[in-house]
Design a protein. Structure first.
Length: 200
């Protein structure tokens, strides 16, 4: 009778009690194995993250240190290329880019306006606007500097043209020297959006 009953259950697609118990056991075993594997993977990932992060920092750091150092003296142009009493002239500032792996010569790091007055004195102005970091243009027709971003206006000597200018301070001046007929500039950038002239 019992064999007939079991046979009927098999015919209807119902598993015997023994088979059902084995299936549940397999499901529970697979679930435990999955949880163990997941826990091992998480712990291993956390353990590996620390040395990987340190390695990436060491790899990327030299890239941040490339370019000209703040306050570095850089030759900009020949003195004869800067006529006395003429309008401000814009020059690129180039320097050697050095990091832990390589040295790349003559990489542009910024730009300056040079002004040579009738007495021969030279003024250097950073092209970066102190308001929001825009590039300042020189309007020869108006005889003044203009930042196209927010219309900050500066006189030809870099001073503020009016008290309502968005810029919190005049254009940033840089130190200059003439060495063997070459104009050198102590190039650096300054923090924008503040009244004080603070190195960036």
């Amino acid at each position: 009778m019992w064999e007939l009953f079991n046979g009927a259950r098999r015919l209807k697609g119902v598993l015997p009690i023994e088979a059902m118990t084995f299936k549940v056991f397999c499901v529970e075993t697979n679930r435990r194995n999955f949880c163990k594997s997941a826990a091992v993977a998480v712990i291993g990932g956390v353990a590996a993250a620390v040395p990987i992060g340190a390695g990436l920092t060491s790899f990327v750091q030299p890239l941040r240190e490339g370019g000209a150092k703040e306050g570095q003296w850089i030759p900009v142009t020949a003195l004869e290329a800067l006529p006395a009493g003429d309008a401000p002239m814009k020059f690129l500032v180039v320097a050697n880019k050095v990091d832990a792996w390589s040295k790349t010569p003559n990489v542009p790091v910024g730009a300056v306006y040079l002004i040579r007055n009738a007495k021969g004195d030279i003024t250097a102005l950073n092209v970066i606007c102190p308001h929001a970091g825009g590039i300042i243009d020189y309007d020869a027709a108006e005889g003044c500097f203009l930042c196209p971003l927010h219309k900050s206006l500066f006189n030809a000597d870099g001073s503020l043209k009016n008290a309502k200018s968005p810029s919190p301070r005049p254009m940033d001046t840089l130190q200059t020297e003439v060495r063997d007929g070459t104009v050198w500039v102590r190039f650096e950038n300054f923090r924008v959006g503040v009244r004080q002239k603070i190195p960036a």
